[in-house]
Design a protein around this ligand. Structure first.
Ligand SMILES: Nc1nc2c(ncn2[C@@H]2O[C@H](COP(=O)(O)OP(=O)(O)OP(=O)(O)O)[C@@H](O)[C@H]2O)c(=O)[nH]1
Ligand SMILES: [K+]
Ligand SMILES: [Mg+2]
Length: 550
């Protein structure tokens, strides 16, 4: 007997998640009461915040960081010294009037070996709102202390060299990770995998810059080995290649971070909204027998076997005079263009009818889709060039819904399997077609399995191979770096050819100086990703002991 859609979903480890990446800067609750504008923002100020979640809980953690952390601890505990470093100490905490506030654990983290790099402290107190509020009020009343701004502890960690920007971003992603694969990727980034990759590239590029600079400055002294520019050329080409490979990973890191966009598309009434509801196990979209029910895009975030998916149900695609529906159709088409994966829903009865009308029952499913959902640009976009999918076939899948309405759903399936219907055209495999029924749940398992497979392919295994970049910001700097390296190769090629001709020596020197500037630009772009050091600063450091002792 066919399983229900709900059963199928449960067995595929699907759950809703509340992902809303725009909500990242949530209001700070009790902190809002303090205005931080009266306080200095420099490092001389000591900051405090509730680091655990808001609301009643067993234990709440309040953090303090900065030069006054020690006096805050001593005053709260009414003891002359702070507890031993990095060991939990049970202490009674008092308000300024000497009245006990609570009894809890105090952990003292002496700088620089703390998260922020400063003297800091954690108070683990009982998580009642009154305890937390009084503790925050007492801290706020102490001289030199002010409430932390959003992300300020991490900002201090960055400014004190504890984390670089990619690690900071990894930490933020880890806090917001809602699925297992997102967590794995974020943890890896937080622990510096991306940072190490970029630092290694920076180091290699830096060596090239140093060599070219040395060549420009000292080549006349003949202290420079012959072939140094050849060496640089080889290394720059190698780096360019590695960067390009890193860039052309199909946006997997970004997709995993922000969720794979899956659009449900098709003619009116084929069961698109029913499919959305079945997958997310709640009546997210209105379902009625009236064609043209859905107009807006209805989104639902789903955890599909550890991978984040943003499912969008769309208006049925058709020509219409109704202006509201027309706008819905426009939005649906727009979604189709943006989607990482398109799920094309067809009505089983329509497909059967179309097949039987066809001489010799010969019909490709792609032909069918193009006949029935015209102007979706499938030929040009979804099927062929959806950027980043390893294989264009990975970017769509076809659902033949309402199999229960076709006499013997099994015969439809075998028809699909035996005819050209499911196998021809742009790499579409028979596995990319799911015959199913949203009503009975038949075929739901196979559909979810296939969708999950495509999503996994798109995101990759976050733990395998080199780490992926995860933000548009990374992409922009990497792209600029590649451009700069390419310009170097172009410019230096020119000057290089010229060197054999002594009469052109001036031109070639000038070209080489320009080319070297490109390398520095590339280095700066890499430096911006980690934000750790400007390229000039790195140069200063390295030149001191790198460059031929002059
Ligand atoms: N028998 C049967 N009916 C289904 C199935 N899936 C959906 N329906 C019915 O088909 C009708 C249309 O379903 P919807 O989910 O609203 O279809 P839609 O594609 O979202 O329609 P529009 O939003 O109007 O484009 C409803 O009456 C559903 O109950 C199915 O697998 N079998
Ligand atoms: K409908
Ligand atoms: Mg609908």
């Amino acid at each position: 007997m066919a399983r229900t859609a709900h059963q199928a979903c449960s067995s595929h480890n699907i759950s809703l998640f509340t992902s809303d990446f725009a909500k990242r800067n949530r209001p700070r609750g009790v902190f809002a009461r303090f205005s931080s504008s009266n306080y200095g923002c420099g490092f001389d100020s000591t900051i405090f915040a509730l680091s655990s979640g808001h609301g009643k809980c067993g234990v709440a953690v309040v953090r303090v960081s900065g030069p006054h952390a020690s006096s805050a601890v001593r005053r709260l505990t009414r003891r002359p010294v702070v507890p031993a470093g990095r060991r939990a100490a049970l202490r009674r905490l008092y308000d300024p009037a000497g009245e006990p506030l609570d009894k809890g654990l105090v952990i003292w983290f002496p700088g620089p070996h703390s998260f922020t790099g400063e003297d800091s402290c954690e108070f683990h107190v009982h998580g009642g709102p009154s305890v937390v509020t009084s503790l925050l009020m007492v801290l706020g009343g102490m001289e030199g202390l002010r409430p932390a701004e959003a992300g300020e502890f991490t900002k201090r960690a960055f400014q004190n060299g504890k984390l670089d920007l990619t690690e900071v971003e990894g930490l933020a992603d880890l806090i917001h990770a809602e699925t297992e694969a997102q967590r794995k990727q974020a943890l890896r980034q937080m622990e510096g995998d991306l940072s190490r990759l970029y630092s290694d590239w920076s180091r290699r590029l830096l060596k090239c810059v140093a060599n070219v600079e040395a060549y420009i400055d000292f080549s006349e002294d003949e202290n420079i080995e012959a072939g140094v520019l050849d060496e640089v050329e080889r290394e720059v080409c190698q780096l360019t290649e590695e960067l390009e490979r890193h860039l052309s990973d199909g946006r997997r890191g970004e997709r995993l971070r922000s969720g794979v966009q899956v659009a449900i598309l098709g003619q009116p009434n084929v069961g698109k909204s029913s499919l959305l509801n079945a997958v997310c196990q709640r009546p997210a979209a209105i379902v009625t027998p009236i064609a043209g029910t859905t107009r807006d895009v209805v989104e639902s975030a789903v955890n599909l076997g550890g991978y984040p998916v943003l499912l969008s149900d769309t208006a049925g695609l058709r020509e219409t005079e109704d202006i509201v529906e027309r706008e819905g159709v426009r939005r649906a088409r727009q979604r189709a263009q943006q989607a990482d994966i398109s799920v094309l829903v067809l009505d089983a009865a329509d497909v059967m009818a179309a097949v039987s009308r066809q001489p010799g029952h010969y019909l490709t499913l792609q032909q069918y889709v193009q006949d029935h959902i015209p102007d979706l640009g499938l030929q040009g976009t979804t099927f062929d060039t959806n950027d980043g999918a390893a294989n264009p076939a990975d970017s769509y899948l076809i659902v033949v819904n309402k199999s229960d309405l076709v006499e013997g759903g099994g015969s439809l399936r075998s028809l699909l399997a035996s005819s050209e219907l499911a196998t021809e055209g742009d790499g579409a495999k028979s596995g990319d077609v799911c015959v199913m029924s949203c009503l009975t749940g038949e075929g739901m398992d196979a559909f979810l399995q296939l969708l999950q497979l495509k999503v996994k392919l798109m995101c990759g295994n976050p733990l395998a191979g080199n780490p992926s970049f995860t933000q548009a910001r990374h992409r922009a700097h990497l792209t600029s770096c590649v451009q700069a390296l390419r310009s170097y190769t172009d410019t230096s090629d020119r000057s290089y050819t010229d060197t054999s001709d002594r009469s052109n020596a001036n031109t070639s020197d000038r070209d080489l100086v320009l080319a070297a500037e490109e390398l520095r630009t590339g280095l700066r772009q890499l430096g911006k990703i980690t934000g750790r050091m400007g390229a000039e600063e790195i140069l200063d450091v390295i030149f001191r002991d790198f460059c031929i002792g002059k």
